[in-house]
Design a protein around this ligand. Structure first.
Ligand code: PLP
Length: 499
């Protein structure tokens, strides 16, 4: 295949993508009947020895692979957090792949390194983050700034690893045994996050071999400062060293926000603690002033991550991580003869020092095209629509007395639960775990229609069905249609669940 072929085939792909997006509502969201290994039986066991024609491969792609694709961009996809496929970000992806420059250092691709700083500064300002997160703001002897990571999990890992490095260094400095290895201190280190924090926190703690204290959330699914401080004191009484606190701005299961200001004030009392906020989903909402009360206290944080691919229309992957003190952060990652002072003094940090990967894609391009082609105003309008549509859906649920809303539906995410009418509830009481089971059945029946996709969660201690309306074109009419299907299916489920 040559680039002359690409001129022809590439255009066909763009046409395919445009048709896919235009007609997506005509497809099923999902084929719920698919079983694992479905694709193995459809495709060849070996790669072809001789290259094949593009058109033939495209036909196979369409007939064999696409049927197993869960259509995340479908208007009736309400599972997980809807992803983004806004075309400015797709263009950024195309250019990044085609240019294919690898940006591990400034010299390896100057524009890649600098554009990443520039778009992260633009974004930090649009989110109204503290100035110390901007790349050229000097904090005492260091600078702050950000870089794009593959995923929120990577961002959280990167922050926790830097915090662990700082904590071990402090313990080593205090130790009379000057030759003690870093591993000596690992059993002492403990980090804290809500039980509702994403499992990537547990994964990071596991890989980094530190203890995780999962703090019990309150009735509204948020971690409170009181519960956190109690947990910190408990661990300190045992001789452990709290080194990292993660609070979540928009939990995965419930879109609950921890109180950053109160938690930050607790963290400030303990100098050994690095305070990180995971705003993978909810952090995007700070782009509108009316959501900024939820980020009060951000000045108390040491690092922050947000994924525009979860709530700002941008194609995956795109997790923005900012750190306040770049020098401390870099110390965890710098190897070989890299001079930190040199990096700090130029204000240009080579990206291979910003976390685990050496090579970096030109991911900033997708944010560059997104931010320029939409502009701040359109992105704000989109967030406001997500909020409005979510509130509208919650109202629909509340209007049907057979259902309960089990979270604060402030950001397009509604956790609801079918409880049945009182007589139905009595009948259901004869079933083993009645209401949970009823909701499991309802969810299965809905997904089996192939025309809607939802997943379960837990909110306020209950099994719930989780509905997220964050499509680019999400609308009140669209969720009303989905709600009618949910109501009809619930009626059928209730009438068939006899004692
Ligand atoms: N943090 C939160 C709040 C999330 O909701 C998620 C995933 O949905 C993650 C972290 C992990 O994100 P990623 O898939 O980018 O690693």
């Amino acid at each position: 295949p040559t680039y002359e072929d690409f001129c022809v085939d590439g255009k066909k792909v763009v046409d395919y993508i445009c048709d896919y997006v235009k007609d997506i509502a005509k497809r099923d969201v999902i084929d719920y009947s698919l079983k694992p290994n479905f694709l193995h039986s459809r495709l060849a066991k070996e790669m072809p020895v001789k290259g094949e024609k593009f058109d033939k491969i495209m036909t196979d792609f369409n007939r064999k692979i696409m049927p197993g694709v869960l259509n995340w961009m479908h208007p009736n996809f309400y599972a997980y957090f809807g992803a983004g496929n806004a075309y400015p970000s797709v263009i950024g992806e195309m250019l990044s792949s085609a240019i294919s420059s690898v940006g591990f250092s400034w010299a390896s691709c100057p524009s890649l390194t600098e554009l990443e700083q520039i778009v992260l500064d633009w974004f930090a300002k649009a989110l109204d983050l503290p100035p110390f997160y901007l790349s050229k703001t000097r904090n005492l002897s260091s600078i702050g700034g950000g870089a794009i990571q593959n995923s929120a999990s990577d961002s959280i890992f990167a922050a926790m690893a830097a915090a662990r490095h700082r904590a071990i260094k402090t313990l080593q400095d205090q130790d009379s045994d000057r030759d003690a290895p870093p591993s000596k201190y690992l059993p002492k280190l403990v980090c804290f996050a809500s039980l509702n924090a994403h499992s990537s926190v547990e994964k990071a703690a596991k890989i980094l071999m530190v203890k995780l204290y999962a703090v019990e959330p309150n009735q509204e699914d948020s971690m409170t400062a009181v519960a956190l401080e109690k947990a910190i004191k408990e661990t300190r009484d045992k001789g452990l060293v709290p080194f990292f606190v993660l609070s979540t701005a928009g939990t995965t299961g419930q879109s609950a926000f921890d109180d950053i200001e109160k938690i930050g004030n607790v963290c400030k009392k303990y100098p050994s603690i690095w305070f990180h906020v995971d705003g993978a989903y909810g952090g995007n909402s700070f782009i509108v002033p009316e959501m900024r009360h939820l980020k009060r206290g951000m000045a108390l944080t040491d690092s922050f991550n947000v994924n525009p691919n979860k709530l700002l229309l941008t194609a995956f992957d795109c997790s923005c991580l900012w750190v306040k003190d770049m020098k401390t952060f870099l110390e965890a990652y710098i190897v070989g003869s890299v001079d930190i002072e040199d990096q700090i003094s130029t204000g240009i940090v080579d990206l291979h020092n910003f976390g685990v990967p050496w090579s970096r894609r030109f991911r900033a391009l997708k944010l560059y095209f997104m931010f320029r082609m939409y502009g701040l105003k359109a992105l704000q309008d989109y967030i406001r629509r997500v909020i409005k549509v979510g509130e509208h859906f919650a109202q629909l649920v509340k209007a049907d007395t057979r259902f309960r809303v089990k979270n604060k539906p402030i950001l397009g995410l509604v956790c609801f639960r079918l409880v049945g009418k009182s007589d139905e509830t009595r009948r259901m009481a004869a079933l083993p775990s009645p209401v949970d089971r009823l909701n499991e059945i309802l969810l299965k029946k809905l997904n089996e229609t192939n025309s809607i996709h939802l997943i379960p969660s837990h909110a306020q201690g209950k099994y719930v069905i989780r509905f997220v309306a964050n499509q680019e074109n999400c609308s009140e009419e669209q969720v009303e249609k989905a709600w009618r299907l949910i109501q009809e299916t619930a009626t059928k489920v209730l009438s068939s669940s006899s004692p």
